[in-house]
Design a protein around this ligand. Structure first.
Ligand code: GYE
Length: 332
């Protein structure tokens, strides 16, 4: 079995780097001329954000930069992620990097990694607090803060438009239930609804962070009601799907009396929608996490201390601040 696993490992290494561990070349980014083997378990490819995240990790953890990257796409299944992580442990990789689909269910596999003495970097989404001592570092976004940015922007916008006291009917399309971005962005909206007695949640459905699912759920919500002021989508893909369904139903999405669409991620495509006014507000969520992962691993290699939690700085764009120039300079 071990032999077989070793063969699979070598084959994967050859696939990813074109050389075996024994033949590792001297690399400028890695002074002791030994390549660092990283196993990366990605959630899937459900959104533009996710694709940009995968590409950025692959573009950063390269052989020239001192790495051998073993990449696994879990296709949205937590079971696949657990299987991949177990495989990385058996392959005795130097580091495990993973973006957990949901927050729960990681305890035993992370214990296995700890017992094997393999440092784990959790990126993008988070894991439940009780497992905090089972990983070395977290790199990602403060999702609650992103949600707070969105709802305080909305409160401001409505006040400026003289709609502070008016009934505001909100449709909420959630991301994958149990994932950190869903939990944070949902909590911020629900809290704001509790604070504003005139804000009413007329529907709350899961769009699973995809355009197709959001299109479907928005379509069925529209069969119940078309009296909607705001649609709060938890990513750009969902916003695009919801907008398509609303336009088909004859609703206009814009900040000038149409439905106010709020989105997260601010990918290039999402920002195009912002420029056209169809998305009124797009809160940034930065997928370019590769350089942070690289920096932390290099520090650990040098025996330097690292921050256990690392939040990436993020901003937001609305219909009035977005420009062609911003979109053209966007990296994702
Ligand atoms: O917002 C969404 C993606 O975990 C931050 O997952 C990520 C989210 C992102 O599919 O587009």
């Amino acid at each position: 079995m071990r032999k077989l696993l070793a063969m699979i490992f070598c084959f994967t290494i050859v696939l990813y780097s074109g050389c075996t561990k024994e033949e590792q070349p001297v690399s400028p980014g890695n002074t002791d001329d030994k390549l660092i083997v990283v196993g990366f378990s990605q959630v899937g490819a459900e959104s533009e954000w996710r694709v940009a995240n995968t590409e950025n990790i692959k573009d950063t953890l390269t052989e020239e930069n001192g790495y051998v990257l073993i990449f696994d796409d879990a296709r949205q299944e937590q079971e696949n992620q657990i299987r991949a992580i177990r495989m990385f442990i058996q392959q005795d990789v130097d580091y495990i990097v993973f973006s957990p689909k949901v927050e729960t269910g990681w305890n035993s596999i992370l214990l296995e990694a700890k017992e094997a003495d393999i440092p784990v970097l959790v990126i993008d989404r988070y894991i439940e607090q009780q497992d905090e001592e089972l990983y070395t570092a977290y790199i990602g976004s403060d999702f609650y803060k992103e949600g707070e940015t969105a709802v305080s922007w909305l409160a401001d916008f409505l006040e400026k438009r003289g709609r502070k006291e008016e009934p505001i009917r909100i449709v909420h399309i959630q991301g994958t239930i149990g994932s950190t971005p869903q939990i944070g962005r949902t909590a911020a909206l629900e809290e704001a609804i509790r604070k504003h007695p005139n804000w009413e949640l007329v529907a709350q459905e899961c769009g699973d962070f995809t355009k197709a699912k959001a299109y479907e759920v928005m379509g069925s919500i529209l069969k119940q009601t078309k009296d909607i002021d705001v649609v709060y989508c938890e990513n750009d893909g969902e916003a695009l799907g919801a907008i398509a369904a609303m336009e088909e139903a004859g609703l206009k999405c814009d900040p000038y009396g149409g439905v106010i669409v709020i989105s997260f991620d601010a990918t290039r495509l999402g920002l195009e929608y912002c420029l056209s006014g169809k998305i009124t507000l797009n809160v940034e969520c930065n997928p370019l996490q590769g350089p942070y992962v690289d920096e932390i691993i290099k520090k650990l290699e040098q025996g330097e201390s690292i921050e256990p939690k690392n939040y990436i700085d993020e901003t937001y764009f609305d219909y009035s601040s977005i420009s062609r120039e911003i979109i053209d300079n966007r990296k994702y």
